[in-house]
Ligand binder design. Sequence first.
Ligand SMILES: *Cc1c(COP(=O)(O)O)cnc(C)c1O
Length: 505
Amino acid sequence: MNETPPPSTASQTTGVGAPGLISNEPLLFELGSPGRQAYSLPPLDVPEVELETLLPPDEIRPPIEEFPELGELDVVRHFTRLSQWNFSIDTNFYPLGSCTMKYNPKINETLARKPGFAGHHPLAPESLSQGSLELMFDLQEYLKEISGMDHVHLQPAAGAQGEFAGMLMIHAYHSARGRPRKKVLLPDSAHGTNPASATLCGYSAVQIPSDRDGLIDIDRLREVMDEDTAAIMLTNPNTLGMFEKNILEITSIVHGKGGLVYCDGANMNAIMGVTKLGRMGIDVLHFNLHKTFSTPHGGGGPGAGPVGISDKLAPYLPVPVVVKKEGRLSLDHDRPESIGKVKAFYGNFGILLRAYAYIRSLGPEGIRKISEAAVLNANYLKASLKDTYHLPYPGPSLHECVFNDKLQHPATTMDIAKSLIDRGFHPPTIYFPLIVKSALMVEPTESESRETLDRFVEALLEIDRVAKTAPEQVHDTPRLAKVSRPDEAGAARRPILRWRPAESA
Ligand SMILES: *Cc1c(COP(=O)(O)O)cnc(C)c1O
């Protein structure tokens, strides 16, 4: 146990919930004792049969050595305690920039569990699937309305897969014109999945620098855009939370050379209901339903990354396409120029259902209010912190803002992030976007109250005070978490996944 007394802070004594994450939990293998069991049943009233007489030998698991034996309550408490080590949006503020960790209304969960949807088999015939198909069709229509794109396809299972599907369509489009082209342009503030998706499609990624305001450098774009360039992949608002105010000029430069414009729509939280990317000359756009449209995410999914496209790319949509004719819904597989399937069946239906519930429960007015509140919240944080934390790009921003540690040296962004854990907050995104040295990227989302934002500001102001008077105290954090500073590279490269008895460890 760490004997250091917890730092005594105002936010700890007056805040909501407990700061830190201390509780001890042995492995199941270290709990229990032989002969304990998690059930009690009346004696057997039928003849006992040996397993070997029922199953072939290769289907019978050999006995597991030192298998833990526990009572039901031991097991329930063990897993419940473990679940409480998780930081989640349901426990406290989670200002993870670019990830849109907003609150996910519970009504989405209730609807996703409705047996008619949850138990619907993906191989059920169309005649028995009209409800699910209609939901998918309507969700496509809503996303078209929100984005201004001509078509939307729901199949991709994540933002990155939406990007990949979109880039495959761009590749198919150019190939159909005789030449797939070779390059894809990417601003240096792009999310790492963007160059990865372009590269997976066989393109070479060409970086365009940002200008002093954090926007795409138009002159540079004009220089590098040529007829060997298939597309630009941009993000609007970009990962600094800034709206590309020259977007019409950008799309016209790219279109002028026969290229297409891909927009990473992960930041839709700032603009939905306010403006439409389809009107800005965007040809392909992916949505992150698990971000903007409220599905619990983090830790790897599941998610959904529908892709929206302009008319000229329609022949290349993945199959099958959900279509509606005279009120009847069906799946169209007969699309000879399609890029094919990108995910089993129809995508992550449960996530589509949650997004549908979210959009329907908000309505058009509610959708717009979300964007307005998300932008207001981010700007409230920005205004409250701008005199204390350095803002490398101080221009107007939308739903997130990016600080760094310049004014807290020698305390670092990592120290600040770790100190927030002791104060009960999930750290923001750090060291991304790459164009900001030691970035600290905050996205509050619309779902946080003013009181929560004030507590967060108070915590950051206090960390700044400690950084300036006793920087070693900021470095020596978190003190209230199970693990303080893990060896992250070691954990990724040499993971220890198997339990061994203490003596052989
Ligand atoms: C999250 C994110 C992605 C990738 O989405 P996944 O669903 O995690 O694959 C792409 N671009 C931006 C800007 C993002 O924030």
